[in-house]
Every structure is written in structure tokens, then in C-alpha cells.
Design a protein around this ligand. Structure first.
Ligand code: ITT
Length: 210
């Protein structure tokens, strides 16, 4: 089966999209996001795991566009909060989602807890769904600590609080090339790229398929 060299990233999160555009450059496929398909509307993420939610998003988008779709479901698991916010990371402090409000809620819940007990990890599940309904999921994890104050201007979401002792920087301070190498999303994408190469390997140049 031949698919046009077009990949729809099933996201409305511009922070994620920016990272994927860099992470997937070597694939040489045309990248779209949900912003290009506003008619799809909101996809309800009611799965219990990152993998379930990623599959829900990728399945819906592949069905509605007839194209190969990749979805990322990700979030932060904080040990002191018994794994919260987890799959609720985006909506942690309510809807509409708001990164600043989420970070403040996290800071308040952790209070003065010493740094060594503020352990946490980002997790990412990437689902790939192709129009013949084949589905694949890969995952990535990145360990770190939650700081007591925001540090750095880059990134998105919880990045200004997520500290990597090895680099003595938060995700919001790290060069994007380094974040993409070590992050949960970077790790999962490394696994996804092999699968995507295979899916698109029999494709002709997308321009010739229009
Ligand atoms: P889509 O579903 O449209 O992709 P979303 O933001 O709702 O966008 P998720 O449901 O996967 O995506 O929630 C992920 C949340 O986890 C995200 O909003 C951030 O708060 C947080 N998150 C995930 N990866 C992150 C990263 O690399 N840096 C900072 N925060 C991250």
C-alpha cells in the first residue's frame, strides 16, 4: 500500500508541534497538525493511560483525514503526588488549560518539600496509525526533579520547573537540540522514526501523488 508522504501530528499544542517538526526533519515528509484540520474538533481523551489516549487521538485523525497520523500523549508523574498529574497534566488546574496555573498548583502542592524528595518523570506515548488501520505505540521516559521556583524562558508546560541535575538546567533553559535528545518525547520519537521510515519507504514523492 502506498501512502502520500504526509504526516498529521494529532495535536493542537504548539509546543509539542515545534518539537516534532525538528525531531522529524530527517523523514522528509510534509507535516500537518490539527490546526490544518479544524473540522475534526476536540478529541475526548478519556483513556486511563498515555498509550490509550495517544491511540484515541491518532486513530480519530487517521480515520478523518485518510492520512498517516502520529499522536503524542504525555505528562508529568510526581512521586510525592503518587503519580499525579499523569494523564491529567494538561488539565491539572482545570479547563481552559493554562501552563502558569498548572505550574503554580504544582508548586503549592509540593510546598517546601526538599529537592531530593521532589522526584518526577515525564512520560510520552507516541501512537502511529495508518489508513489501513495498523496501529503502533512506542514510549519514552525522562527523569528529573521539580524545582521550588520557575527557571528559564523556553519550552512549554512544566518545562520551567523540570530540573535535570546532570545539566544543572531546567527543560526551559536547555538548548532545544539537547531537550530533543534526552526528553521523553525525544526518546519515544527515536523509536517511532524507524517505523515511520518503513511506512513511507514505498511512497513516491508526495507531489507526484496529488
Ligand atoms: P494535544 O492533546 O492536542 O496533543 P495537550 O497539551 O492536551 O495537547 P496532552 O493531553 O498529551 O497534550 O497533555 C500533555 C501535557 O503534559 C502538556 O499540556 C504539558 O502540560 C505536559 N507536558 C508534556 N510534555 C511536556 C514537555 O516536554 N514539557 C513540558 N510539559 C509537558
Amino acid at each position: 500500500m502506498k501512502y502520500p508522504k504526509k504526516l498529521v501530528i494529532a495535536t493542537t499544542n504548539s509546543g509539542k508541534l515545534k518539537e516534532f517538526e525538528k525531531l522529524l526533519t530527517s523523514l522528509e515528509v510534509e507535516i500537518f497538525s490539527l490546526k490544518d484540520f479544524p473540522e475534526i474538533g476536540e478529541i475526548v481523551e478519556d483513556g486511563k493511560t498515555f498509550a490509550e489516549n495517544a491511540l484515541l487521538k491518532a486513530r480519530t485523525v487517521s480515520e478523518k483525514t485518510g492520512l498517516v497520523s502520529l499522536a503524542d500523549d504525555s505528562g508529568l508523574e510526581v512521586d510525592f503526588l503518587e503519580g499525579q498529574p499523569g494523564v491529567n497534566s494538561a488539565r491539572f488546574s482545570g479547563i481552559p488549560t493554562d501552563d502558569t496555573r498548572n505550574n503554580n498548583k504544582l508548586l503549592n502542592l509540593l510546598g517546601d518539600l526538599p529537592l531530593e524528595r521532589r522526584t518526577a518523570r515525564f512520560k510520552c506515548a507516541i501512537a502511529i496509525v495508518i489508513p489501513d488501520k495498523r496501529e503502533m505505540v512506542v514510549e519514552g521516559i525522562c527523569e528529573g526533579l521539580i524545582l521550588k521556583e520557575l527557571r528559564g524562558e523556553g519550552g512549554f508546560g512544566y518545562d520551567p520547573l523540570f530540573y535535570l541535575p546532570l545539566y544543572d538546567q531546567t527543560f526551559a533553559q536547555l538548548d532545544i537540540e539537547i531537550k530533543n535528545k534526552i526528553s521523553h518525547r525525544g526518546q519515544a520519537t527515536k523509536k517511532a522514526i524507524g517505523i515511520l521510515r518503513e511506512i513511507f519507504s514505498s511512497c513516491q514523492d508526495y507531489k507526484k501523488m496529488l
